[in-house]
Design a protein around this ligand. Structure first.
Ligand code: ADP
Ligand code: MG
Length: 248
């Protein structure tokens, strides 16, 4: 029997009403450990609002969001981050005037120890973590570079790295390959495919080739509801999906 424990994320009956308009309307879906789930759907379907609800930026009107069995709908945004959820917004929010190294370093979660003697040890730990993440995000050669000088794609990777260094159990990305070259999209797919050990990823994307390269399962949203769900192969051949989304 499948129990709620098998899911990292369980969204059930989730609804948000903006002045009577239900941007998300009785939505339910479940994400497993190690899964890359992609949410697709036409503009205005409610995709970004779902991420806003999960990270606590927007408060639900009804329904439940359970993360590792813990109810998120009443938790504050910082408490949700602390529980292990990292979210990347559509526009990269990096510190342009700082170096790649510094951007990663300031994102490293600090412990609460006040012992000065630990400072050296801690910085060695930070350096190791920064180098490990820089390697994952293809920026090892650019650690000393001012972030503002990176390409658009590299800035997107840096922001993903700033989340990865916090070791989230659930990483949420809103249109991560928008504006990227084909080569950068391929590398981003490679990056996401290698970071899913003990971690789930929830991605919103429109680029069908990219979705094909990363999705374990796809949830298609339309008018705040799930229109279809399953493998990429299943949803792209679902007549309902072709009608409202892929056919256009
Ligand atoms: P998607 O990401 O699928 O394109 P969104 O989740 O951004 O769609 O938006 C879904 C709908 O909800 C849109 O009609 C949008 O205008 C509306 N909406 C989103 N956030 C708010 C808000 N804070 N207040 C009012 N309406 C909103
Ligand atoms: Mg959106």
């Amino acid at each position: 029997m499948v129990t709620q424990k098998d899911f990292v994320l369980a969204v059930e009956g989730l609804t948000v009403s903006f002045d009577g308009f239900k941007a998300v309307n009785d939505l339910s879906f479940y994400v497993e450990e190690g899964e890359i789930r992609v949410i697709i759907g036409p503009n205005g379907a409610g995709k970004t609002t779902v991420l806003d609800l999960i990270c606590g930026k927007t408060r639900s009107t009804e329904g439940s969001i359970k993360f590792r069995g813990k109810e998120l709908t009443k938790m504050s945004e910082p408490a949700i981050v602390h529980s292990g959820i990292g979210r990347k917004f559509q526009n990269p929010s990096i510190y342009e005037e700082l170096t790649v190294f510094e951007n990663l370093e300031i994102s490293f979660p600090r412990g609460h120890s006040v012992f000065g003697a630990l400072a050296f040890k801690r910085s060695a730990e930070v350096i190791a973590a920064v180098e490990e993440v820089a390697d994952e995000i293809f920026l090892s050669e650019h650690l000393g570079k001012t972030a503002g000088l990176l390409s658009h794609g590299q800035k997107q990777w840096l922001e993903i790295g700033m989340l990865l260094i916090q070791k989230p159990d659930l990483l949420m990305l809103d249109e991560p390959v928008a504006g990227m070259s084909v080569a950068e999209r391929k590398k981003t797919a490679e990056l996401l495919n290698k970071i899913t050990q003990n971690r789930s990823v929830l991605v919103i994307e429109h680029d069908m080739q990219f979705v094909e390269d990363i999705a374990h399962r796809v949830t298609v949203m339309h008018q705040g509801k799930v229109l279809s769900e399953g493998s990429m192969d299943f949803v792209k051949n679902d007549p309902k999906v072709v009608e409202v989304y892929l056919g256009h």
